[in-house]
Design a protein around this ligand. Sequence first.
Ligand code: MG
Length: 365
Amino acid sequence: MISLILACAGKGERAGMNKNKLLVTTDGLTVAEKTFLAFKNTGLIDEYIVVASEGDFPSFNKIFNGKAEIVVGGNTRFLSVRNALERVTGDVVLIHDGARPFVNEKIIKNCIESVNEFGSGITAVKSVDTVAVENNGFIVDELKKNAFTVQTPQGFKTEEIKKAFSLATRTDYPDDASVYAEFIAKPHLSEGDENNVKLTFKKDFSALKTVRVGEGFDCHRLEKGRKLILGGVEIPHEKGLLGHSDADVLTHAVMDAVLSALSLRDIGYHFPDSDQKYKDADSMLLLTEVLAMAEEKGYAVSQVSAVIMAEKPKLSEYIPQITENLAKTLGVPADCVGIGATTLEGLGLVGSEEGICVHAPVTLT
Ligand code: MG
């Protein structure tokens, strides 16, 4: 039977967030849950023990109630793991940082196999840089070969690591392998992965976010006496687009794509045409509101690729201005906005000049 201790009692001060970094949510899941699921989804672990600080205990209890046992940690990693070890019933135990959500099945399997064969498995990757050992500002030892960067999980036979922790007289060990090394045996390395990073600084958290793709489509009727506005640019033409707002069909398609990418419904939902507030509204301002909603979810548009379907007028000469205007509002370089225009060879509602349609996929990061 294999047990996992997930160390979540750190303060995460280096991340500069005003709460435990493991409770930061992206795409609806906290970092701690992502790490937990990375193990859970392998089906290799039989027992889960989460160590949380006293202050965070209620939050972790809410997240993991029924999924893991929650244990209150101590002031150091050593004390936290020691508390958790008391609850372990498996004969093999893996100890893992809650802040390493990119752990994968191969790493976990390597660690377990190493414990079975050699008594311990310390996940590590060969260092590509030269590692220097410093004392008082001077390099006292330089390890040119065989240097490894140690990660987690670190796996042990439960009885042995419990014995090591019970024999230790200090509490400042950097990790569990060093306790094991002092009292039991030389720890055995198991192959890690350079992607198995520990989220430490605020910038590290951007790696948690996935790319989102959204589809947007819109169509408006062409009428005499209306302005033709595309991407916030007024195009001279005998007809313009009919709509409750300024009927900027291109901007509407882009807005819908952004909303769709983030599962935020559509523009009809957020800006209903029954609301007088949006009568003749400038769609570029509505786009700004949509971008603020995206930002709230931690996303920004990275690229737009749109095709305008219009029989008339010829749009070619206006494309650079439309592109620049949209890029400016979206806050991306102009070469991240691609606008194409096409006729439909006289076919259908576009061909008969009854309307203009736009299809606009976007990506967000
Ligand atoms: Mg529309």
